[in-house]
Design a protein around this ligand. Structure first.
Ligand code: ADP
Length: 169
C-alpha cells in the first residue's frame, strides 16, 4: 500500500504533520522515545502536557510540536506487556486507531509512529508490528485524508520485522 512507508530513524527529526509519542499515563515525560521527543520539542511541550491531566492506556491526546519539525505531537499510552491476557493487544490497537483519528480531526495528512510499547513496556515486537500494520491498513481503507503513514523504527530488530511484514502486503 503506497501510503505506508518504513524508515529507520530518530522520530524527532521527521518532517511530517504529526509524530506520535509512546508516552506514559502521566504525560510528564519519560525515557526512550518520550524523552527524545521532549528534549527535541523543548520545555514548552512539558508545560502543555501537564495541563492535559494524564491519559489512560489506549487513549491519545494532542499537543503542539513546538521546536519539532512536526506541527503536532500525539501522545498515546501503550499497554505494559503482562503476558497477553490483560487486553494488551486491544489496547495497543486502540493507540493506533485513536492516534489516526486525532490526526484526521486536526487536518494532518502525514503521520509517523514509533513502535509503541516495544521498549520498556516489553510488548513482543512481532505481535506489536502485526497489530500496528493491521490497524493502519484498516484505517486507510475508510479514511482518505491521510496520504502518508510512516512507521519509524529506531532499533534494527523492529526495522527488519516491519520490512518483512510490509513486503508481504
Ligand atoms: P514504551 O514504554 O512504549 O515501550 P519506549 O520509548 O521504551 O516506549 O520504546 C518504544 C520504541 O521507541 C522502542 O522500539 C524504541 O526502540 C523506540 N525509540 C526510542 N527512541 C526513539 C527515537 N528517538 N525515535 C524513534 N523511536 C525511538
Amino acid at each position: 500500500m503506497s501510503a505506508i512507508e518504513l524508515i529507520q530513524s530518530d522520530i524527532t527529526q521527521l518532517e511530517v504533520d504529526v509524530i506520535v509519542n509512546a508516552a506514559n499515563s502521566t504525560l510528564r515525560g519519560g525515557g526512550g522515545v518520550d524523552g527524545a521527543i521532549h528534549r527535541a520539542a523543548g520545555p514548552r511541550l512539558l508545560a502543555e502536557c501537564i495541563k492535559l491531566n494524564g491519559c489512560p492506556t489506549g487513549e491519545a491526546k494532542i499537543t503542539d510540536g513546538f521546536n519539532l519539525k512536526a506541527r503536532f505531537v500525539i501522545h498515546t499510552v501503550g499497554p505494559i506487556w503482562y503476558g497477553g491476557d490483560s487486553h494488551e493487544s486491544d489496547q495497543l490497537a486502540s493507540c493506533y486507531r485513536k492516534s489516526l483519528s486525532l490526526a484526521v480531526e486536526n487536518n494532518c495528512t502525514s503521520i509517523a509512529f514509533p513502535n509503541i510499547s516495544t521498549g520498556v513496556y516489553d510488548f513482543p515486537k512481532e505481535l506489536a508490528a502485526n497489530i500496528a500494520i493491521r490497524e493502519v491498513q484498516t484505517f486507510l481503507v475508510t479514511n482518505k485524508s491521510i496520504s502518508k503513514v510512516l512507521f519509524c523504527c529506531f532499533d534494527s530488530e523492529n526495522y527488519f520485522i516491519y520490512q518483512r511484514l510490509l513486503d508481504k502486503l
